[in-house]
Design a protein around this ligand. Sequence first.
Ligand code: FAD
Length: 414
Amino acid sequence: QQIEQHDILIIGAGPAGAVAAALLRQQGHAVLIIERERFPRFSIGESLLPQSMEFIEQAGMLQAVVEHGFQFKNGASFVRGEQQTAFDFRDKFSAGWGTTYQVPRADFDQILAQQAERQGASVRYRHCVLDVDFSGERPRTRVRDESSDGKEPPREYIVESRFVLDASGFGRVLPRLLELESPSGFPVRVAHFTHIEDGIARGEFDRNKIRITVHPEHHDVWYWLIPFSNGRSSIGVVAEASHLQQYSGSETEVLQALVMQDPSLRALLKNAQWDTPARKLTGYSANVSSLHGKGYALLGNAGEFLDPIFSSGVTIAMKSASLAAATLNRMLAGESVDWEQDYARPLKKGVDTFRSFVESWYAGGFQQVIFHEHQEAQIRRMISSILAGYAWDTANPFVAESKRRLTALEAVCA
Ligand code: FAD
């Protein structure tokens, strides 16, 4: 069997894999990305946070992203019955980008992967990682070339590398192979979603913001509406699996039935064309017992995925890529590194910040905070920072002590 040699093998060319590849290329390492799909391919997760712009910039991909003409995004609006509030991310506590984009991920991920290739990374599309052997000195990854799409028998080969980064997202390649899966603390939730021709008239709503709508009766059920720059939007609903048992019909019918239950959303989407069958994802929250081991680290969704409510997924994926690439660059330069200290712990700091906010959202406390009539400007700026993705800025008390500060604020607003 053919054995190839590379410095770094990355599983998956999503945002985590592409950003990590570019950052490793900047230090001159040979990088091979193995990607199961052909790009462009659909992915859910279309609303970016301003914090992600820092990593896009670091990875040398900013110009390509800006010039594509994605929908500008400057904040988030929340609606619950008659209550409404909006956060402008430019008005925030932490320094850094205050704006970003809402992106069809097929286009966005393709741009990032192309940019990684432009910087010298090799990307092999329609090649699939089957397993990895970490027993020797160097990890040996077995790959199947499926690029002939069945026209020829698939060819298998081995890649030997100094290190493997698993950026396989919900593929969760190494967590499955190495039995690292550990239960998420969140209940099983389901998302139904699609893209629509939204038909929303100009001025009827602010396309520069993601719109989060809370179900009028069930406050743990919520909808996203993420407008794109071409008159289309991503629409989705999230609910506990048990709540959705009462619904029958196709994914599209369930999604439409739920959208029709909210008067404001129903009115906003009265002219929408539902031209694309909806999809469903169940039980996407996931965790692992460790984010690293001998010869590997887990990035983005291949590690932990919390919940979509605050659109934090791509930002966390890119943060993990940035931290892992920095650690790996030092390791490959011969320095001694401690993956727990240098990678896992700093990454988890921000993930834990988001976790406090996600828990508080579903328990209802954070909804009380944001819809409260009287809001102190500086506290609002601190919250705006978290919503903009600055979940690692420990100068923000809602990062440094997120749970305690949130609990105290909830008590004031109750
Ligand atoms: P991915 O983007 O999933 O990329 C992984 C890649 O690995 C894929 O291209 C896949 O084909 C490839 N792969 C998998 N297995 C293999 C294999 N065996 N061999 C080779 N390649 C493989 N995030 C946001 O930031 N904003 C949002 O608005 C948002 N909304 C969401 C809504 C829902 C309902 C859900 C479930 C998630 C949402 N997310 C959102 C999260 C977001 O989708 C992910 O966090 C993000 O895509 C993770 O990026 P990644 O690079 O880790 O993985």
